[in-house]
Design a protein around this ligand. Structure first.
Ligand SMILES: *[C@@H]1O[C@H](CO)[C@@H](O)[C@H](O)[C@H]1NC(C)=O
Ligand SMILES: *[C@@H]1O[C@H](CO)[C@@H](O)[C@H](O)[C@H]1NC(C)=O
Ligand SMILES: *[C@@H]1O[C@H](CO)[C@@H](O)[C@H](O)[C@H]1NC(C)=O
Ligand SMILES: *[C@@H]1O[C@H](CO)[C@@H](O)[C@H](O)[C@H]1NC(C)=O
Ligand SMILES: *[C@@H]1O[C@H](CO)[C@@H](O)[C@H](O)[C@H]1NC(C)=O
Ligand SMILES: *[C@@H]1O[C@H](CO)[C@@H](O)[C@H](O)[C@H]1NC(C)=O
Ligand SMILES: *[C@@H]1O[C@H](CO)[C@@H](O)[C@H](O)[C@H]1NC(C)=O
Length: 441
């Protein structure tokens, strides 16, 4: 029951005491793991060179880089600062020389609530969900935690920089400080693969002791065709004032991109990308990267692709929640003879299929592979990221987390929240991908 109702009940009927603490004795602590581009990143510079005279070389303190609308107004500087390098000999990643990049406020909500902390009401991210939790009596860093991360990296890189050690400690702390109640991990989009890789690495007795369930929202279990477009030609999210390939330098080097490529076992021989002389299926992804001379993504593809494929069978409670009924990219037709080292123009034609607007339906539905007992709920008309502010989703999540089976309080919020896709589109201008999608997969 919501505290407001509870208070009203206490006032008129004092014997109906303490509904809030009855709830809190049962409810599970929550850890939120955001999606691609859904974590606030900050950077500190101590550089000897910069790509343009107007780019800063030294900063005394960390300052927000992603997303800060003022930083984004100088994309030449921002993209260079966000460059990531992979050493194939050592298998290790590093930041740009003289640049330190980290996610903001690990454990708290400062790195996931709003995309631009300077403009929280204009750039809401998880604030819809976290506000609903707070209305239920949850408190930040007490039983409500955020796990933002460097979304340029895939699971192997996140392990290197210590993210998974952090996450293990955070989950243990959440359980210990909440009378041993197990946590619920809530992932969105790429955050579901990040969480899946975490779960796969933990021993099963650790999982049984610490994890109550895993709620996967808009999960790209078998990848997404849109991820390929970022590498090939860049993605400007269909915003005409943004040059189509402006963001390609980051999109075509980040290892999180190929982690999200369609998985061969789910897509089979379906043609996903066409040129005049050569077609590519999911099995041809490595060849595609080589043809485009994307050496870094070609080097990491065999590693990151296998991190979570083939999908394992999970021994924990899994809830998959996603939107359906949105047109989703299924095949790109490029009007060039064949790919080479120079990025081609945007696809001439995009063939659409079912999905949530970003992730294809077959990938969302691959949830079934992960657990025979997985509960699956699809929300008609909810988009990939818009779903985070959809009241149907919020009510479902609260119900799961509170361990409520009756569902007596669902339906209090029936009014659909205004979709904020225009904003998401604007922000998508930032880096990765599309439509509602930028913080997306
Ligand atoms: C900046 O980098 C230089 C070497 O390039 C180093 O000597 C110096 O200590 C660094 N400054 C800070 C504040 O880290
Ligand atoms: C990769 O790492 C090795 C071993 O540290 C080093 O010798 C080599 O120069 C590095 N390669 C690049 C391209 O930085
Ligand atoms: C980037 O910089 C941060 C802050 O110094 C550091 O913690 C992180 O390990 C670096 N990332 C990589 C991939 O080396
Ligand atoms: C790990 O947690 C510490 C302490 O909260 C934080 O300073 C650091 O940035 C985190 N690192 C990663 C990779 O999450
Ligand atoms: C590529 O695939 C399309 C249909 O998916 C087909 O019509 C075309 O002939 C193929 N082109 C090549 C070069 O295989
Ligand atoms: C391919 O990329 C490598 C560096 O990754 C570069 O040295 C080489 O010149 C590129 N080839 C072409 C044809 O551009
Ligand atoms: C590379 O492909 C483009 C079309 O994307 C074409 O215009 C260009 O001539 C090709 N370059 C080479 C060296 O083949």
């Amino acid at each position: 029951m919501r505290p407001g109702w509870c208070l009203a009940l206490v006032l008129v009927a004092p014997w109906a005491f303490s509904c809030v603490s009855a709830d809190s004795a049962q409810r599970s602590p929550v850890v939120l793991v955001p999606g691609l581009a859904g974590s606030v990143l900050e950077g500190r510079l101590n550089r000897t060179e910069a790509p343009a005279w107007y780019c800063a070389k030294k900063t005394d303190n960390f300052r927000v880089l992603w997303l800060s609308l003022s930083e984004a107004s100088r994309p030449v500087c921002l993209l260079d600062e966000l460059a990531l390098f992979y050493n194939a000999t050592t298998g290790r990643y590093r930041n740009q020389t003289g640049v330190e990049i980290r996610a903001v406020d690990f454990g708290g909500l400062g790195g996931i609530d709003a995309l631009d902390p300077g403009l929280p009401s204009l750039t809401p991210l998880y604030s819809g969900l976290t506000k609903a939790f707070k209305d239920e009596g949850y408190e930040e860093r007490k039983d409500l935690f955020g796990a933002p991360y460097d979304f340029r990296l895939a699971g192997d890189g996140l392990k290197q920089v210590g993210f998974y050690d952090n996450l293990t400690q955070l989950v243990e702390h959440a359980v210990d400080s909440n009378e041993g109640r197990q946590v619920t991990i809530i992932g969105h989009s790429l955050g579901c693969l990040v969480s899946l890789y975490f779960i796969m690495q933990q021993p099963s007795d650790w999982l049984h002791k610490h994890v109550n369930s895993f709620i996967a929202i808009s999960a790209p279990w078998a990848g997404s065709v849109t991820a390929m477009k970022g590498s090939i030609s860049g993605d400007n999210f269909d915003i005409s004032i943004i040059p189509q390939n402006l963001l390609r330098p980051v999109q075509s080097t980040a290892p999180s991109g190929p982690w999200l490529y369609p998985s061969p076992d789910q897509w089979g021989d379906k043609v996903l990308v066409e040129t005049q002389k050569k077609n590519y299926t999911a099995k041809d992804a490595l060849q595609l990267l080589k043809d485009l001379n994307l050496t870094q993504q070609a080097a990491v593809y065999p590693i990151v692709h296998d991190l979570t494929y083939p999908l394992p069978e999970l021994d924990i409670r899994l809830h998959c929640l996603y939107g359906t009924g949105m047109e989703t990219d299924e095949r790109y037709v490029y009007d060039v003879p064949q790919f080479n080292a120079s990025a081609p123009p945007a696809p001439k034609e995009v063939i659409k299929g079912p999905g949530d607007g970003t992730v294809n339906l077959r990938s969302l539905e691959a949830c079934k592979t992960l657990g025979k007992t997985a509960s699956v709920k699809a929300f008609e008309g909810a988009s990939h990221t818009g779903i985070l502010t959809d009241d149907r989703l919020i009510d479902e999540v609260l119900q799961i987390v509170k361990g409520s089976k009756s569902g007596a309080w669902t339906g209090f919020k029936t009014k659909l929240r205004r979709k904020r896709d225009w904003l998401q589109q604007l922000l998508g201008a930032g880096l990765f991908r599309g439509r509602d999608t930028f913080m997306s997969t």
